[in-house]
Design a binder for this molecule. Structure first.
Ligand SMILES: Cc1cc2nc3c(=O)[nH]c(=O)nc-3n(C[C@H](O)[C@H](O)[C@H](O)COP(=O)(O)OP(=O)(O)OC[C@H]3O[C@@H](n4cnc5c(N)ncnc54)[C@H](O)[C@@H]3O)c2cc1C
Length: 297
């Protein structure tokens, strides 16, 4: 079983090679630094943050850095890095630069597939990682799990693939199902999503209905957890089958209560059942009722 993980993906930026650029990753790094008083600038090539999620998620998560005084440079591509007067200077495409004492590079991870001899057992490795089937098999009697496969590189998915592999080795008939895997960003506020985004659902030919609710309106006692309640829940439903196919939340503890949607998506729970399900007061989970009621099916 191959589980060699991944390495930080270093983009081809002039001058980056000579930089002592690797630092241990720290969650919520930008906000922590800002709260200690540092001036923080985020340079992002894409037009929005978290481009793989629904556009609303990127908008909501961008709001907070701006409120905190973090400068957000969207649609800005870093093309060169240099040092000047004790600072690191990042030059941007089309002119302009950003400078600071510390430079953090967070441009994703690449499966660790080279130098381990996978080709000697007939496996072709590319930049996407080792290709596996539904039983996590990469070749005859070779299994591969987690980041090295490039499929949903999260710890919990690694554990799931480990269970699938163990069951397959033990001769049990199993197939991995990735339809309802939670994806959480441990930011402040937290971002959580599961299932399809609206555009992924449309691309699959699903007749989509969506709902977007503000938690301050959707739950009975929003100030239980925060003085100024914030956050939103989004739902993506299949009108024909009347089931949820996706959900997202940008809110406190979203990584906890997204599992309600994960189970509904995984088990294809009818929306009529969700409408008739009672959530504990006062919790964020209450927002699902308002969400499913707002869906135009
Ligand atoms: C900063 C950061 C924060 C993260 N936070 C989260 C999170 O909150 N939640 C989440 O779900 N995921 C998180 N992840 C992702 C998560 O860490 C990975 O998805 C998970 O660790 C992948 O497990 P893995 O077994 O594939 O690789 P790893 O855990 O990296 O293990 C790979 C192991 O293989 C060893 N190895 C490599 N090459 C060889 C070789 N040739 N021979 C022998 N051993 C070898 C390595 O030394 C390493 O010990 C985070 C990742 C980072 C970088």
């Amino acid at each position: 079983m191959i589980a060699t993980g991944s390495d930080a993906r270093i983009p081809a930026i002039d001058g980056l090679d000579g930089d002592p650029r690797r630092r241990p990753g720290r969650r919520g790094g930008r906000s922590v630094l800002r709260r200690f008083g540092a001036h923080v600038t985020i340079v992002e090539h894409g037009e929005r943050l978290l481009a793989r999620e629904d556009p609303a998620v990127g908008e909501l998560i961008a709001q907070r850095p701006c409120d905190e005084g973090i400068e957000l440079r969207l649609g800005a591509k870093a093309v060169a890095v240099s040092r000047r007067e004790g600072k690191r200077v990042v030059r941007l495409e089309g002119g302009g630069e950003v400078s600071g004492r510390e430079l953090r590079v967070a441009t994703g991870r690449a499966p660790r597939v080279h130098g381990i001899g996978v080709e000697t057992v007939g496996i072709q490795a590319d930049a996407q990682g080792l290709m596996i089937d539904e039983r996590c098999r990469a070749a005859d009697r070779v299994w591969a799990i987690e980041d090295v496969t490039g499929v949903l590189p999260f710890t919990h998915v690694g554990m799931y693939k480990g269970r699938i592999t163990a069951a397959d080795i033990a001769g049990r008939s199993v197939r991995a199902d990735y339809t309802a895997i939670p994806r959480v960003v441990s930011s402040d506020p937290e971002v959580a999503a599961v299932g399809l985004t609206g555009s992924q659902a449309r691309e699959q030919g699903i007749a989509v209905a969506t709902a977007r609710v503000a938690l301050a309106d959707a739950i009975a006692r929003p100030w239980t957890y925060e003085q100024n309640p914030r956050g939103e829940l989004g739902l993506i439903a299949d009108r024909d089958r009347e089931v949820l196919v996706g959900a997202w939340a940008v809110a406190p503890m979203a990584g906890e209560w997204i599992h309600y949607a994960a189970l509904a998506i995984k088990t294809k729970t009818p929306i009529s059942v969700l409408r008739d399900t009672v959530a504990q007061f006062p919790t964020f989970t209450e927002a699902y009722l308002k969400g499913v009621e707002s869906l135009e099916l």
